[in-house]
Design a protein. Structure first.
Length: 300
């Protein structure tokens, strides 16, 4: 979507964002070969988005463009502690119709990706038919040896009601290999009492690796029967918490893809998120990216 963030004195900065796009962008900056999959219009703003994504190293071959349509837009408002709230204009965003627009050949290509990453906001966009096609895609991808990562990222405004969101989430969870929930979101939707009850619910759905993000309290990783708490190196005063979870997910995924342990991956996620919250907006300057982020592989 088009992102507008308050720059003070009645001015706004324009950028391009969205939760899965933020994660894709940071993955690309960390050296992961990444494609972004969505639908846009044929307008100048959509063209500018594609150019910006390509400049970041994101492959845009799987983006569908719909003539005569405009992308979604959101505005970020921040309080004095850097916590953000959002206003959305996205009811007619082409991304909502992705699974009605895309052909079977494109879905077959996606079914051979190593990883597919999506969020609860992704789920909130689609119709029941679109979600059914998404489940078919995830089923084929996992059959082909691919893995699925999911961040619940529950936002009530995107859903008709909480019961619908719970039903859609529960239908998806059996197809997930790595869950990256934020505890506050999961508690709001499912009423989990603590991180352990959240993880137990996700484990019961068959998810093998779970990272429960808890903001300044760090995260807890559940993998191979182990429960590991990974604290922050330092608690920072945020300028803007936009994309904190999205960037954590990118740091964690990039580390795991390059062979890091779950603890190393969680630390990488914390470091990247810690850098991101020191800047306004979802995307920080390239030269603000943390160095030595990933402990293994070739990612710097």
């Amino acid at each position: 979507m088009v992102e507008l963030s308050d720059a003070g004195a009645g001015s706004f900065c324009r950028a391009f964002g969205g939760d899965t796009l933020n994660t894709a962008l940071y993955l690309a900056r960390l050296g992961v070969e990444i494609s972004y999959v969505t639908a846009l219009g044929d307008d100048p703003l959509s063209g500018m988005m594609l150019s910006a994504w390509s400049a970041e190293g994101i492959n845009i071959d799987e983006v569908v463009r719909l003539p005569g349509r405009l992308p979604g837009l959101y505005m970020i408002e921040r309080d004095t502690l850097g916590e953000r709230s959002f206003l959305y204009w996205r009811d007619r965003a082409p991304a909502r119709e992705f699974f009605e627009l895309v052909d079977d050949l494109a879905l077959e290509r996606l079914a051979h990706f190593d990883w597919l990453y999506l969020s609860g906001i992704t789920l909130s966009l689609y119709s029941d038919r679109g979600r059914a096609r998404l489940i078919e895609l995830l089923t084929k991808a996992r059959f082909n040896g691919g893995l699925v990562a999911f961040d619940g990222n529950y936002r009530p405004r995107g859903w008709s009601d909480a019961a619908t969101a719970r039903r859609v989430f529960e239908n998806l969870l059996p197809y997930v290999d790595l869950a990256l929930p934020t505890f506050d979101d999961e508690q709001l939707l499912f009423g989990d009492s603590d991180a352990d009850s959240c993880a137990e619910r996700l484990r019961a759905a068959g998810i093998a690796e779970i990272v429960v993000k808890m903001g300044p309290r760090g995260c807890i990783v559940y993998s191979e029967g182990n429960r590991i708490e990974v604290l922050l190196d330092a608690v920072l005063q945020p300028v803007d918490t936009t994309a904190a979870g999205d960037s954590f997910n990118a740091g964690y995924l990039a580390a795991r893809i390059t062979g890091a342990s779950v603890v190393e991956a969680a630390r990488a996620g914390h470091r990247l998120a810690g850098a991101v919250i020191q800047w306004p907006g979802a995307v920080i300057p390239r030269d603000a990216m943390p160095v030595h982020l990933i402990m293994k592989g070739t990612i710097a």
